[in-house]
Design a protein around this ligand. Structure first.
Ligand code: SF4
Length: 494
């Protein structure tokens, strides 16, 4: 007999992405891996923004959401009061939705206001609200309009947060009308899926990455061979075309299948098992480096709520740099670093510390220059006295990503990526795996734990040490990469 399970709005969205994902989440949730740090961060930001949104409705009533049935009962009672309700729980049959803000209009109508920490409206938000409105209307509420409250990324903090400036409200009723077409059939079909004893058999496809990367990807995609066509550089369009023809490995790609120049290089490396080394182009790149060499890397943090004056939502605030200086070909590298103490806005101290150790001549080597340049320009805008200095720095920047992004060097173990996290282990045998903080997102979250005081003293010491080790590896790793490139191109002149 079919089992009855609850379809919430998040499950409805899971079902829109894939019925297999929906079934697993409801029937075998242990198969779904824990959220990664960036997903958790997205949820945290959403929660924070939700709290600010409530301030826009001072007479609103917050309905505790921790106890499911209590929330439903209280909602039923409070709907009679004709006041804005936060977290109202609406259940019809086995469909359930919690509404961020349900605002009364006149005597018997309501507006739905959904709050998101995003800075723009996405299709998934419209689908989300369409399910909320469906539940409300099935329940018997008359919904006049639907709105989405998002973060205004033009807002600049001046002293206390101005909630009205931070949040933007957009009417999305017309979009919700469109997304509601056929919703009953979709909901019925999802109930059929989740009530089934058997997990639906779904072929992997574009839905696995959209609107979010599906947490079941590792499981569903595990039948593919190591280094498969989905590692192909660029968009996944060609890979899906090949997949539909039953081609999973590079070696099986027909010769007449149109590939870009970099994809052809990738295919060649996969088949030969050898790296591609365009010695002349690499040498041309190396010849641009002028001693002393400054290997530089920044770490930044940012969130929906600007923590300091003069900062916009999601603006990246630098809190750490690592700098390795190599004076000449035979010199031992000197290391300088800065890590903010986490007690306030770090930008002024960051700039002053960087200026002290960054000389006036020589190349500044970074990995993916747009990030460092953007951060420096934002700092110069805030502290105009550094303007000329920053412009001079940006002219000296050399991007070590360039020869890898151009596939002048490529090894199949990079799996189509030119990121330093892939290139460093392939070229030097050193990876980031032994570090407790091993990527920029984790570094940023760890520093947020310090600045928001959520880490205890002992933990703060460890976080600071981990951050120092992580950022230092980024710059020392760049030295090793350059050394390796020099070794590979020894004797080449251009
Ligand atoms: S990985 Fe793809 S096929 Fe598997 S459950 Fe997720 S969306 Fe569905």
């Amino acid at each position: 007999m079919a089992r009855k399970r609850l379809l919430s709005k998040s499950k409805y969205l899971n079902g829109l992405q894939c019925h297999k994902y929906l079934w697993v989440k409801l029937n075998e949730p242990d198969r779904v891996p824990q959220f990664d740090a960036s997903t958790q961060q997205r949820f945290n930001q959403g929660h924070l923004i939700g709290e600010f949104a409530k301030k826009q409705f001072p007479d609103g009533i917050d309905i505790p959401a921790c106890k499911f049935t209590d929330n439903l009962k209280q909602t039923e009672e409070l709907l009679k009061k004709c006041k804005p309700l936060f977290e109202a729980g609406i259940m019809v049959g086995n469909a359930f939705s919690r509404i961020d803000i349900l605002k009364p209009v006149g005597k018997d109508e309501w507006d739905i206001i959904e709050v998101k920490s995003s800075t723009r409206i996405k299709n998934i938000h419209i689908d989300d609200v369409s399910f909320q409105r469906y539940c409300c209307e099935q329940y018997g509420l008359k919904i006049r309009n639907c709105f989405l409250m998002t973060v205004n990324n033009e807002y600049v903090r001046e002293s206390d947060i101005d909630t009205a400036g931070l949040l933007t409200m957009t009417k999305i009723t017309a979009g919700v009308d469109r997304a509601t077409n056929g919703i009953r059939q979709r909901v019925d079909s999802m109930f059929t899926t989740i009530g089934s004893e058997k997990c639906p058999d779904v072929t992997i496809g574009k839905q696995c990455n959209s609107p979010y990367e599906c947490p079941l990807k590792e499981e569903c995609w595990s039948f593919l061979p190591e280094n498969n066509i989905f590692d192909m550089y660029g968009s996944k369009k060609e890979a899906f075309e090949l997949f539909e023809q039953g081609i999973y490995s590079f070696k099986d790609i027909p010769d007449d299948f149109p590939l870009s120049g970099r994809q052809e290089i990738q295919k060649g490396c996969e088949i030969s098992g050898k790296p591609r080394i365009d010695k002349k182009s690499i040498r041309e790149f190396l010849d641009k480096l002028k001693y002393p060499l400054y290997y530089l890397d920044f770490e930044t943090f940012g969130g929906a709520i600007p923590l300091f004056d003069g900062v916009r939502p999601y603006q990246q605030i630098p809190f750490q740099f690592s700098l390795h200086v190599v004076d000449d070909d035979n010199a031992t590298a000197r290391h300088h670093s800065f890590l903010a103490d986490g007690t306030g806005d770090p930008r002024s101290e960051f700039l002053a510390s960087l200026k002290k150790v960054l000389g006036n001549s020589g190349s500044i080597v970074v990995y993916s220059q747009s990030f460092e340049k953007r951060v420096l320009r934002a700092l110069a805008a805030m502290f105009p006295e550094y303007n000329d200095w920053v412009e001079n720095l940006n002219d000296r920047v050399i991007d070590l990503l360039a020869p890898f992004r151009a596939f002048h060097y490529y090894d199949s173990r990079q799996k189509g990526s030119a990121s330093i996290k892939k290139v460093l282990p392939v070229l030097t045998g050193t990876s980031y795996d032994h570090l407790d903080i091993s990527d920029g997102m984790n570094a940023s979250l760890a520093f947020l734990d310090i600045i928001t005081n959520s880490a205890q003293t002992e933990e703060r010491v460890k976080i600071r040490n981990d951050l120092e080790r992580y950022c230092a590896l980024d710059t020392e790793g760049m030295i090793w990469i350059v050394d390796k490139l020099k070794e590979l191109t020894k004797g080449i002149t251009v």
